[in-house]
Design a protein around this ligand. Sequence first.
Ligand code: AOS
Ligand code: ZN
Ligand code: ZN
Ligand code: ZN
Length: 427
Amino acid sequence: MRITKEQILDHNQKQSKEHNESFSFLADQLTSQNIDVEVLVNQIASFEVSIPSWALGAGGTRFGRFPIGGEPGNLEEKIEDVGLIHALNRSSGAISLHIPWDTPGDAAAINKLAEDLNITFDAVNSNTFQDQPNQEYSYKFGSLSHTDAKVRKQAIDHNIEVIKYGEALGSKALTVWLADGSVFPGQQNFRKALERTYQSLEEICNALPDDWKVLIEYKPYEPNFYSMVIPDWGTSLLLANKLGVKAKTLVDLGHHLPNTNIEQIVSILLMEGKLGGFHFNDSKYGDDDLTTGSIKPYQLFLIFNELVEGTSGKDDLEQNISWMIDASHNVKDPLEDLLQSVEAIKKSYAQALLIDRQKLSEARQSNDPVGAQECLQEAFQTDIRPLLREARIRSGAAANPIGLFRDLNVRSELINERGSDTIATGL
Ligand code: AOS
Ligand code: ZN
Ligand code: ZN
Ligand code: ZN
């Protein structure tokens, strides 16, 4: 199924009166605060967030999986789903692939399909946290950190193979997430495990094309684990520093212990030029992989406050950081959920752009916490939805992406095409 320009125009036409009223009201309000609305709309319109290939089907927990039907059964169908999201919001023009779950067979054909749908390829993800059929050695006791050099080599070779797949698709980054760690105290020599991981990553870095980066994810725990080899941003940063310019840290919002100050981590990584990318999601307790902005929207806003503050401008923001979602959907339609996440991310970005930086900096300089808070709240409390809608309409997206998704019965169409008994690879 494809969504046509006519369908979008028709939908937008129906919303135009109401939208124009609310937008011009907001635009006047912002203009009187000396904000250049045109610049703002363009900044919002051009900000895009990539979709993970592993989040396009219904996810599950250890209790079960409840398929919703019409799920993509192969990489082509996943790209088509991202094409649907992008057609609706014009803000999700890239997919992040997971190998081997989504290994591209015929790269030329995949590229052609992606091009037709205006989709490019963001970071490719390796997988050394599961054993694959036909693989010689097991990752039961780790991969890049394994005590046995043969297992490490297998894991290194897999990462190099993933880079090759990515190169054929025009990707520019490799994301490494490791489930390496130990289950019991005493099981692993912390220092040796980290040292081996560093050496393995160094070999992967050596195989990395010049214009690529490697993004190192960290995570404090896995259920049942006692220790992770890369448990936190400090360890990821340490590795990235040792590995050199191509290596950067990836911040997955769900990979922190409760109440960690993620915005502060973001600011320090930015300061060091080591913020490589994000896996956006939200959580209440752990790595819940919930819709971005559904639990802690203020935290998301504060993260974007640091991003806007720590980069000289939009170009910087877009060029050096990979913006990706990492989510799992157990009770929502994944496509609707992803639309919600992208919207929440862009909303936080837009709100952060509204902050009066001059005023904020003065309040900080004069040690005025009340003034500083007022600056943040002024931006955070502004209802900027008309601004996002305007940016969408101008870029050819739907005024109300989820509304149109439902009006067009996209899910039933997909079920008609693909059947109701479908399973998508992924989380
Ligand atoms: C795992 O917790 C990490 O967030 C990974 O980034 C991601 O979920 C995984 O690579 C997908 O399997
Ligand atoms: Zn992640
Ligand atoms: Zn995760
Ligand atoms: Zn997560």
